[in-house]
Design a protein around this ligand. Structure first.
Ligand SMILES: CC(C)(COP(=O)(O)OP(=O)(O)OC[C@H]1O[C@@H](n2cnc3c(N)ncnc32)[C@H](O)[C@@H]1OP(=O)(O)O)[C@@H](O)C(=O)NCCC(=O)NCCS
Length: 196
């Protein structure tokens, strides 16, 4: 780890980010000793709702779109929002390749890793001016119809506060497994370890 940090420093990094399973106290202590600080908790969800309770049928279904369009939608909605974790940053989303696929229904879009029996939602987004009109709910309900027979989860990379009310209101249950995002910056290094 020290060698890795020294390498980052030599490469000119001023900030190093990592994720650690929140229950792994020994690892958290190790990273704290290396100068990392917990910045936020990242959570995931599993879908336990009842498809019939979604208030549809919708007039049309989701369409597959280029992940770059999804990334652009997310980037456009970020003004004034907290910086997303790197997994949800537009540049990461834009690089998605199958089995990760992007879908849209109206102003809502989502990125999903589609397996044979699983579907893992990385992110869902609705254009800011069109929120609270049922678009994200309809998109996810449409995706469950289009990709049937799968268990649905949200990958545990979502900042605790982001979308919490939406997930709770649309049949998702928070998973126990959570991660801490930890950051080490040039001005928060601990004595005796590789410096930036
Ligand atoms: C989270 C998000 C996708 C919701 O999209 P949306 O299209 O506005 O959601 P819906 O209109 O389908 O909402 C369905 C229900 O969720 C709940 N809900 C959604 N947004 C909410 C909010 N900001 N506050 C409280 N409840 C909310 C409501 O119960 C809503 O039903 P109602 O409007 O009839 O009360 C949207 O706010 C967004 O893009 N946020 C930024 C990206 C993000 O945080 N994504 C989630 C993590 S990846």
């Amino acid at each position: 780890m020290e060698r890795a940090l020294a390498r980052c420093a030599r490469a000119g990094a001023t900030r190093v980010t990592l994720e650690v399973i929140a229950g792994n106290a020994a690892a958290v202590r190790l990273y704290e000793r290396l100068g990392f600080q917990i910045t936020r908790r990242l959570v995931g969800y599993r879908w336990e709702g009842d498809a019939r309770a979604d208030g549809r049928p919708a007039q049309s279904g989701p369409v597959e779109i280029d992940p770059v369009r999804f990334a652009r939608d997310v980037a456009a909605g970020l003004a004034g929002a907290d910086e997303p974790p790197w997994q949800l940053a537009p540049e990461t989303l834009a690089a998605a390749v199958p089995p990760r696929r992007a879908y849209a229904l109206g102003p809502a879009s989502a990125l999903v890793t589609v397996g044979e029996t699983t579907a893992a939602l990385t992110a869902v987004h609705t254009a800011p001016s069109r929120r609270r009109q049922g678009h994200a709910r309809a998109l996810l309900a449409g995706l469950r119809d289009a990709l049937p027979g799968r268990s649905w989860t949200v990958t545990p990379v979502v900042p605790e506060a982001a979308g919490a009310e939406f997930f709770a209101a649309t049949g998702w249950v928070r998973e126990e497994l959570a991660q801490y995002e930890m950051v080490r910056t040039a001005d928060r290094r601990s004595a005796g370890f590789p410096t930036f």
